[in-house]
Design a protein around this ligand. Sequence first.
Ligand SMILES: [Zn+2]
Length: 426
Amino acid sequence: MQAFRFALDPSPAQERVLRSHAGAARFAWNWGLAKCMERYAAERRWYSAIDLQKLWNAEKKADPGLAWWAQNSKCAYQEAFRNLDRALRDYIKSKKGERKGRKLGFPKFKKHGRSRDSFRLYGAIRCGRATVTLPRLGTMRTHEPVLKLSRKIEDGTARILSATVSRTAQRWFVSFAVEVERDAPKHHARPGTAIGVDLGVKTLLTGVDDRGRLIEVAGPKPLRAGLRRLRRASRVHSRKRPGSAGRRKSAARLARLHARVASVRADALHKATTALATGYERVVVEDLNVTGMLANRRLARAVSDQGFGAARRMLGYKTAREGGTLVVSDRWYPSSKTCSGCGSVKAKLTLAERIYQCDSCGLVTGRDVNAARNLLSLAASGADRVNACRAAVRPGLAAGRAALKQEPGTADAGQTGTAAIVAAVA
Ligand SMILES: [Zn+2]
């Protein structure tokens, strides 16, 4: 299963239909939730998605106020009921402690303009060169070429199961759930190679490989500029009076900037993680929770935290695709505090300390480099947890491979040789 995501370029008429469908999905969710709450109050039980569908079919014909339902694909309603069903089940599981992750609250009513606009469609879905054809919506242009997917469908190696349409800031996207036939290689093209990777705030990622080479991927320039603009915009936004027109405008601008930063970052991460997965058989990263525990509410941090999750997910499916492995360090492994030279562990290391100085052996090296080297040592020790991550694949933003530039002799304590710098092309 693989997801293919494309930015849509709808005509004004099509955009109206998109909004209408998103509204229908939201209405169905709220309608179903109200029904479920009503029944729960009386009988201590809810309706299933199928029950809701039956109720809806009866009521939409009986109530003239609901006559507009026929303007939208029936999928929009059906899928909203299914989503609600799942949300209620997940809530119960979470309450009973049968579900991993943070505690889930009871499903909420969706508000226009507040909740995410999204709906799912089944049926006659087709792809062209730079167009997609969806049931009820017809043929729409896309901002990116769709040809790669179209070819796969043509030669029978891919099959579209459903399409989810959603809006981020002012842009609409379609994400296809696709069944793809692919021969996963049994062995990696470069067996025995390994790299430890530290995901960073300033530097996108820092890696040290089994040959002692240092690999650094700086965040692309548009990302840094975007973060600066985001900081400024959120300051401006916070000063606007709640409910004012100015606040609405600044909120839209903020959402646009957020979307832009996220997509630039995702693009850079895609290039970097593809280079890592194809270049190394074993890729070792830190467990996400370690970074999650570092409470830091700064904006740049919040944005990069999202990046950690995305990078982990990408590395998971990309290493598997290349016949390699993603190794995730133990949650409590102190990769930053441990000296990569002698193994002694510091009691305290603040985030501000960018240089690691060992009090036992005197090693002085970059904080990220030290962490990456520690993670690399885990690849060899075998005392690690292998992540059998098979998350949904979202290569929609991936484009080409990162340019691998060789640069001679960057200073790295105790290491000689060349350092490859994966230049994240901006
Ligand atoms: Zn040391």
